[in-house]
Design a protein around this ligand. Structure first.
Ligand code: MG
Length: 296
């Protein structure tokens, strides 16, 4: 039997041993994550991956087969020459009216000095043009992968309000007369010069109105078109007096430049026209004629 002194000593040693095994009160044991209402907490690695995905640039043409890298590049814009009649310079639509009611155009201005088609009718210039002229138009069609045929980025550029050069997403297709660059129901483009949708493209159009003598047509209208700098029509005659959805009217009379509403958000920018002298008409040329005259 230990002595009272030895028992006290042994008890003190036992107490000291217990204290050394107890964690200090300031150190908390790790806790189990509390499940949030509605689901388990998202693992940190997945969160990081999702964040990276959100920050990555989104390819607007995802899913579209691009034949050449330049098909993604805008056609360089061409400023109007000194003798041009500027029809749209990116600031406003002064000089344009709605084809529906001849009132103020309802199309909207968008970033980058462009206008976008808004459903409810086309727009046309208040100024009328006749004779021989060159028209420059820049445009881009939306990417509408779910749409097909004539419902895919459709609009149009009408000369004298009567003769349509089609605007459509025809990228990579074998062109027909109703595809982009086609003279609607009249002529198929010689080549498909289209860029990918969403990319800025250009038309440089040389147009000669039909000629009349004593009220009788003696010469058809003709047209030469360059799309993105590539010739797609070379002095093509237009035997019709009005292509589909044109304004019609007396073909011996001047007409406006008209842009079509086909319910798709096609955009246009930098539109200008240079009147040319009919006497110096050079069929396949788009060179600007220094002898320009007023087409009004
Ligand atoms: Mg059209």
């Amino acid at each position: 039997m230990p002595s009272p002194f030895l028992r006290r000593l042994l008890l003190s040693l036992a107490l000291l041993g217990l204290m050394s095994c107890t964690p200090p009160p300031s150190v908390e044991a790790p806790s189990t994550p509390v499940e949030e209402k509605g689901g388990s907490p998202e693992p940190q690695t997945e969160k990081a991956a999702a964040s990276l995905q959100n920050d990555a640039p989104v390819d607007p043409l995802a899913g579209l087969k691009i034949a050449r890298p330049e098909d993604r590049q805008d056609t360089p814009t061409i400023p109007p020459p000194a003798n041009a009649i500027v029809l749209y310079d990116g600031k406003d639509l002064n000089g344009w009216v709605s084809t529906t009611n001849q009132g103020a155009p309802h199309w909207k201005q968008v970033e980058g000095g462009a206008i976008e088609v808004v459903k409810g009718g086309g727009i046309m210039t208040t100024r009328q043009f006749d004779g021989h002229f060159k028209l420059h138009v820049e445009f881009r069609v939306p990417y509408m992968p779910e749409a097909t045929g004539q419902a895919r980025g459709n609009s149009g550029v009408y000369l004298q309000g009567r003769y349509e050069v089609q605007v459509l997403d025809s990228y990579g297709l074998e062109s027909k007369d109703d595809d982009c660059g086609g003279i609607y129901k009249v002529a198929v483009p010689k080549v498909n010069a289209c860029k990918a949708p969403t990319v800025w493209q250009s038309y440089d159009i040389e147009f000669q109105a039909p000629r009349f003598q004593d009220g009788k047509k003696v010469e058809n209208a003709w047209i030469t078109v360059f799309q993105n700098g590539q010739q797609i029509h070379d002095h093509v005659e237009i035997p019709l007096d009005n292509t589909v959805a044109g304004l019609g009217g007396d073909p011996s009379q001047p007409g406006p430049i008209m842009l079509q509403d086909h319910n798709n958000p096609v955009q246009f920018r930098n539109i200008w026209l240079v009147p040319l002298d009919s006497a110096t008409s050079s069929p396949a040329s788009t060179d600007e004629d220094s002898n320009a005259r007023s087409g009004a």
